[in-house]
Design a protein. Structure first.
Length: 273
């Protein structure tokens, strides 16, 4: 029976540092996945009874931003973990400080996106009132948002952004910065490419119900699907087809969409006290 060599033998062969570095990277991935799991649990707790369907009210700014940051950790950490692990390998250090700073830079960019989304919703509400009400323009804007997201999946800009997310080694080598501040800059830059890749999916989340755990998990699954599966064209066309189908259903038969909370519909009346 073949067994793994003991630590002393590895050290004698000069392999102990590599073994320890691999163990550190696996620990880093485990930490990110654990943080994602805790974030999902906290998000579920915060979203209880908050799903009002498409264009759900975002609540107070501080509360929304806190939920958004935790939600981004839950959604993004599993798919960004391989990039962070590779960054840790390239730093040739067992310390988790720089990889975690890289992750913080990434999350900082998505936090800015959440703040911008809240400001757009707040300003739009002041200027246009309840124009996104379901019985006004809300249903049509929601459907068209998903169709636009489907079309964006097939654009050259999306292809470039997705390439940066799917090829972490190329991104890291091209954007390399030393030091802790460099880690923050690299994480923020990677986050910016990720925003370019996923902004339409996030807009779709608002159109389906940003306070719905089911739709949040659905969008998170699409993001992981696009970034991690080896068949790039399958990811592109599969995502585009799914978004287009949902958009058309929102326009013509929203009741046929499982799990969609329709404002004023039977499911929402059951949720009301």
């Amino acid at each position: 029976m073949i067994t793994a060599p003991p630590e002393r033998a590895l050290r004698g062969a000069g392999l102990a540092p590599a073994y320890a570095a691999t163990r550190a990277r696996l620990g880093l991935i485990a930490l990110l996945l654990a943080l994602a799991g805790v974030s999902w649990w906290w998000t579920l707790d915060q979203m209880q009874g908050m799903d009002d369907g498409p264009w759900t009210d975002l609540g107070a700014p501080g509360w929304f931003l806190g939920v958004w940051i935790v939600m981004m950790a839950a959604m993004m950490f599993p798919s960004v973990a391989p990039t962070v692990a590779l960054y840790s390998k390239l730093t040739k250090s067992r310390s988790p400080v720089r990889p975690l700073v890289f992750t913080a830079g990434y999350l900082l960019v998505w936090s800015a996106v959440g703040a911008a989304a809240f400001m757009v919703a707040w300003i739009g509400g002041r200027l246009f009132g309840d124009v996104l009400g379901w019985n006004r323009a809300g249903q049509w804007v929601a459907g068209l948002t998903l169709i636009v997201a489907a079309v964006y999946e097939l654009t050259p800009l999306q292809d470039v952004c997705r390439g940066k997310c799917r090829s972490p080694l190329g991104f890291l080598l091209g954007a390399w910065r030393d030091s802790v501040s460099g880690a923050l800059q690299m994480g923020a830059r990677h986050g910016a490419w990720c925003v370019g890749c996923c902004w339409a999916l996030m807009a779709s989340l608002f159109a389906l119900g940003v306070m719905s755990l089911a739709w949040t998990a659905f969008v998170a699954g699409i993001i992981a699907f696009e970034k991690l599966i080896p068949w790039r064209r399958t990811a592109t066309w599969g995502t585009a087809a799914g978004l287009f189908t949902l958009g058309m259903l929102l326009l013509v038969a929203p009741d046929a969409i499982p799990g969609l909370t329709i404002p004023g519909g039977p499911m929402m009346r059951q949720m009301m006290p």
